[in-house]
Design a protein around this ligand. Structure first.
Ligand code: ATP
Ligand code: MG
Length: 358
């Protein structure tokens, strides 16, 4: 079986370090592993409109920003097909057929949808399109016969829902669609990177992000004002490293080389944590170290982004070519789907002939 990746992001803002460790870094690794036959990376503008219907300008403006972030992180358009969701109307048609395979109560039980409804104050009135986005995500994934979806932990319920749709479709209409698996980051700290404010998830919608394109001084001031352990008041106090975002970020970003370069008094993160937990290590020292580590990791990305910013017509072309390619693939799957459902009336005249009336 072909190994195919489909993954993507909503163009609701520039991408942040949560995206980077939760999904982007993994995508680049998988892209360069040579293990995948095809890789599709979708800029999910149609999905972004489900909760930004009144602000299409924001979504439109962020399409280029997300594309630049991809290229900056090392997504290679020669190896990965980057495309724009709304350029592929076939995805909407697939969604429409899949909607019949899912109940309202099933979507209501989806924990990610539940928390996102709450976060957006949609409890009283949920846009139907937003409510259905897990179904449209199943369409995006299956349109490319994706076997793997590299994503953060918040996407697990979405993948489960997609797998259910695939099973149900294949059960009713015959083996047609492919069941996808989620690929979570290898490092647990990257499953769901917390916000700089200590909230459970760094998210564009919560405004608690360090962006990949932030300038060095902005990164520094965000790190220096990060939430830490509120019980660690004086340097001598014993501190908590669990649930302390500064340490979660260190888990996500730092390696022993960073200790050699910036913190030679400690061999590794375990030693640093032990000191913080027994007391005597100040937040400022730890934050300064985190700043050094993150500046080092993000510098290359920012520089590469600046280079691509000078080549916007090329980026436009990458998106255009990618969208055309993705459209061909999705149209093919849609044909297969309609064939299995026996609704491809004008491809197969027998479907509407007299004999079929019985
Ligand atoms: P929005 O607030 O508009 O939903 P978002 O910040 O949640 O934006 P998405 O575009 O919804 O970002 O997510 C894109 C991908 O990035 C998904 O695979 C998601 O799991 C991953 N991701 C987003 N935020 C984080 C995070 N804080 N930690 C790990 N992975 C994340
Ligand atoms: Mg999200």
């Amino acid at each position: 079986m072909k190994q195919i990746i489909l993954t993507g992001d909503r163009p609701t803002g520039r991408l942040h370090v949560g995206h980077y460790v939760g999904s982007l870094k993994e995508r680049v690794r998988l892209q360069n592993s040579g293990k995948y036959d095809e890789i599709y990376i979708m800029i999910a503008d149609a999905q972004a409109l489900t909760d930004n219907a009144d602000n299409p300008e924001k979504v439109r403006q962020n399409i280029m920003q997300v594309a630049l972030d991809y290229l900056a992180c090392g997504i290679d358009p020669e190896k990965s097909c980057i495309f724009i969701q709304s350029a592929i109307p076939e995805l909407t048609e697939l969604t429409f057929y899949y909607m019949n395979l899912v109940t309202v109560s099933r979507v209501q039980r989806n924990p990610t949808v539940k928390s996102e409804i709450k976060q957006r104050n949609f409890e009283a009135s949920i846009p139907v399109g937003f409510f259905c986005y897990p179904i449209s995500q199943a369409a995006d994934i299956t349109a490319f016969h994706a076997t793997a979806v590299p994503a953060g932990e918040d996407q697990m319920p979405m993948l489960e829902q997609a797998r259910e749709i695939v099973r149900k479709f294949n059960d009713i209409y015959g083996e047609t669609l492919t069941e996808p698996d989620i690929i979570l980051p290898e490092n647990q700290a990257c499953f769901r990177l917390p916000g700089t404010d200590g909230k459970a998830k760094m998210s564009k919608s919560l405004g608690n992000c360090i962006y990949l394109s932030d300038e060095p001084d902005v990164i520094k001031s965000k790190i220096m004002s990060m939430y830490t352990d509120p019980t660690h008041i004086r340097k001598e106090d014993p501190g908590h490293t669990k649930g302390n975002p500064v340490f979660t970020y260190l888990e996500a970003f730092c390696n022993p080389e960073h200790f050699k370069e910036f913190m030679p008094d400690y061999k590794n993160l375990d030693e640093l944590k032990a000191h913080y937990e027994r007391g005597g290590l100040g937040d400022v020292t730890v934050k300064k170290f985190l700043n050094n580590v993150m500046q080092k990791e993000l510098e290359i990305i920012r520089e590469r982004r600046k280079m691509w910013e000078q080549r916007l017509p090329d980026v436009y072309d990458i998106l255009y070519q990618g969208s055309m390619k993705a459209k061909t693939v999705a149209a093919n799957t849609l044909e297969e789907v309609k064939h299995s459902m026996k609704i491809d009336y004008f491809e197969n005249k027998n479907l509407l002939s007299k004999e079929n009336e019985r």
